[in-house]
Design a protein around this ligand. Sequence first.
Ligand code: SAH
Ligand code: SF4
Length: 463
Amino acid sequence: MQEDQFTNSKGKYLIKTYGCQMNEHDSEVLAGILQDMGYAKTEKMAEADVVLVNTCCVRESAERRILGELGRLKQYQDRRPDMLIGVCGCLPMQEGSRDRIRQRASHVDLAFGTGNLHRLPYLLQKAKNSEETVWETQAEEDTLPSALPRLRTEGVRAWVPIIYGCDNYCAYCTVPHVRGRERSRPPREIRREVEKLVSEGVRQVTLLGQNVNSYGKDLKEHQSMDFGQLLRSLDEIDGLIWIHYTTSHPRDFSHQLVDTIAGLDKVGEHFHLPVQSGSDRILRMMNRGYSRDEYLDLVQYIGRVFPDASITTDVIVGFPGETEEDFLQTYELFRRVRFDGAFSFMYSPRPQTAAAEFSDQVPQDVKQERLQRLNELQQEISLERNGVLQDQVVTVLVEGPSKRNGSVLKGRTRTNKLVLFEEDERLVGRFVRVKITEVQPFQLFGSAVGEVKPAAQSACKNG
Ligand code: SAH
Ligand code: SF4
């Protein structure tokens, strides 16, 4: 069946996104496809003809929230029986999710996975004519979603996936099970996409992958390029000012890559290095492939090469078998490294993962208590780290009005710190010098003191 025969449908769509930047990016692709089909975006559930919930299943808490959300959508569909409700992304790809979705939300019309985005026009049409939930989670091998239209939301910043999937099989993680093996996009295709984005006004790109440091390992020899070489190639693009990337795997982040980044003008001094645990015993059980000392050595090396770098992390407390002693190793590592920020999670068992089968699961109240202790410590440290910027002038790429207060603009520094300041919207998309007047653990406040001229923008190394 020809997919483009459905492209003239009219109506409104709403997409709700859970999870990581990869999901945010997939939602831009879904929005692009729906707009191409003639759908218009709405923020109001009550007037949507198509509602897509793009899901995450990394932790059970996210899954619970999503199933609750899908359940609540029924009331809207009862009022508008033609409304199509779809669930997509990671959750439908997880083993056993079909039954859980059927139990909690049998009114869902379509469900599809991260490799099936391009099939949306066909799946919607099929769902219109079907009593059953239309389900498609098997992707054809080797289809990369990179050639699809996408509707970017942030004008001056854009996400660019460079590698899909993950080969690591960390013992707690569902990602390789739902997103499949690593597949790198060809370097030329990435470069062309970034050049096009820059010609459309984008000034900062964030390269995305579950492990960007694996980039290129699966490419055929004639187009082979590793992550450092990819950064070097993108660094040459005129008009692009800053390059960010996420996520890095500490095991694969070599000193050589740190040196490569030091030699490039545009790559920001932000290193997101998920440590997951400070205990060697737990790191081994997690199958992370590095030791506590190797991690500390990497962080120290980064600190030597980039004294002003911002370093952030992800951590899991209450992994099966984690003793108080193991936890204290993590706590002590946090005190030693003094991260700028950390995403801290309580371990949650996920289907198909090795750790879900481990016998000595940690009780919920112990996990909660450890999480709280670590969060309290990290808040103090984040505040101290941000305190260094008090009264300093930093350069900010202005993204747009803040969500909470429309008269306040938000932007980020080259080290990825969030800065809020009062100014008018003419500065959106510009590089602005902002004097920091107040610091909090997760954001900085300031006032604009001037604009950075285009010729000097790449040199905005600090702040
Ligand atoms: N690819 C990235 C991110 C994976 S998911 C990486 O390797 O770092 C994002 C974060 O969720 C992980 O870094 C981890 O800290 C957390 N996470 C993953 N699975 C989890 C689980 N089962 N329970 C709790 N946290 C988990
Ligand atoms: Fe999950 Fe580990 Fe892969 Fe990250 S590197 S996505 S934590 S398996």
